[in-house]
Write a protein that binds this ligand. Structure first.
Ligand SMILES: Nc1ncnc2c1ncn2[C@@H]1O[C@H](COP(=O)(O)OP(=O)(O)OP(=O)(O)O)[C@@H](O)[C@H]1O
Ligand SMILES: Nc1ncnc2c1ncn2[C@@H]1O[C@H](COP(=O)(O)OP(=O)(O)OP(=O)(O)O)[C@@H](O)[C@H]1O
Ligand SMILES: [Mg+2]
Ligand SMILES: [Mg+2]
Lengths: 230, 230
């Protein structure tokens, strides 16, 4: 469904060369529930942004359904991002002048959802992440964990084939975090593919497949193997 | 050193009245290491911002060394914030056009630290949180956990009497998070008072005093009592 071939990302800053992602291969199959864990700065967000077509690699390619994304035109990539991929940003990236509901509605509008359906769908999504009483709050009138949950609801809005979530529970207590993971597990059982970056090893162990990153490199381990997560 | 008396914070939004903090009393003694935990939206950031004189209460008062902060003039409050309190924001609040080092240096400059000393102190602080190789990166060129650590280094810059940290490890893997907590514990042993909001119960249990919040209310529990953190 989504794969990486010799995917590499180098940043150059002043005199420094940072190998944020070393050449990497990865295959994501339809229906997978994948967790990616690793230390701060190890390249997790870099990888997720490349898979989400939000960033371009220094070399190598991302393939969507076996077709190289690098070969697609701007409109096709934008259409993929809008319709097939749902991205939860580590820094949330909400629009500050819109309310929680409007932030979700705008994602629906961009994907062509008719107006009369948008309000109901946005409310239902926000309720599913516990924000039913915060629909009319703007981001600055929400707690950190509430903003995080608006970002999650927005990523789910268009029923994307693949949900790419960058630390979706980092600002949540364990109870609320578990509720969010259950929402994702329900969606996965219903057919959605999930790739979740997480520092929370309790959550990472619940995934169907687990990848560990370190210094721009990645390897797959068995989520049920307690020694894998040292 | 720092205390709350009948401290209350109500937000009014459209027709809604939100009791973010119900009338609360709290005494923070010099040398305390306090953790505050609780569900998303329970009022932790609201309380911390009131204690840090960043927000004003709806009723009640915050006292600094037994003197009501509400009675102080603007300049005195600003001086307290600058010199006696170090605040780590949940959303980091870094200046995007400045590098990591400059973000820390600016805090030192505002507090009157002479120029020749600022650069060395900023570098040393950033190294202590593992960012020695990221001094010249701007926030958008840093990972989420790296930005979080810049925010921590900045709060420590002026050697404040009280460090108020809002979720300082939320974007960090357990290893890096533990390193940060050890930095705070070292500072605490050397005499600095620490109030840390955290969702991480492993970290919360290490504190000298533990408070649990729920729906704007708060109670103190024994950090060594395993049943307290259900
Ligand atoms: N635009 C950039 N320019 C230079 N270096 C960058 C840039 N963006 C990221 N980096 C560096 O690349 C490395 C990997 O960043 P990335 O955001 O992928 O880490 P991460 O694994 O998501 O970390 P965290 O867990 O802290 O979010 C980091 O060390 C970071 O400093
Ligand atoms: N400016 C505001 N206007 C209206 N409501 C607000 C405002 N700021 C915060 N709130 C509400 O007050 C409640 C407490 O917010 P607070 O940020 O203190 O929670 P928190 O315990 O820090 O949560 P988290 O763990 O998610 O960071 C939340 O439900 C939030 O929606
Ligand atoms: Mg990241
Ligand atoms: Mg908060």
């Amino acid at each position: 469904l989504l794969s990486a071939r010799n995917l590499e990302r180098i940043y150059r800053l002043g005199g420094q060369t940072i190998h944020a992602l070393k050449p990497l291969n990865m295959d994501i199959h339809r229906g997978d529930f994948i967790a990616i864990a690793g230390p701060s700065g190890s390249g997790k967000s870099t990888l997720l942004q490349l898979l989400g077509l939000i960033d371009s690699p220094t070399s190598g390619e991302v393939r969507v359904r076996s077709q190289a994304a690098q070969g697609l035109g701007r409109e096709q990539r934008a259409s993929l991002r809008l319709n097939s991929l749902g991205f939860v940003f580590q820094a949330f990236n909400l629009l500050h002048m819109l309310t929680a509901r409007q932030n979700v509605e705008i994602a629906l509008a961009l994907a062509g959802c008719p107006r009369r359906k948008r309000r109901a769908r946005a409310s239902q999504l926000l309720e599913s992440v516990g924000l039913g009483k915060r629909l009319d709050h703007r981001p600055l009138q929400l707690s950190g964990g509430e903003r995080q949950r608006v970002a999650i609801a927005r990523a789910l809005a268009n029923d994307p084939e693949v949900i790419l979530a960058d630390e979706p529970t980092g600002n949540l207590d364990s109870q609320t975090g578990l509720e969010i993971v259950r929402v994702l597990e329900d969606l996965n059982r219903a057919g959605q593919t999930i790739v979740m970056v997480t520092h929370n090893l309790e959550i990472a162990k619940r995934a169907g497949r687990l990848f560990l990153m370190r210094d721009g490199g990645m390897r797959e381990v068995d989520p049920e193997d307690p020694t894998a997560l040292d």
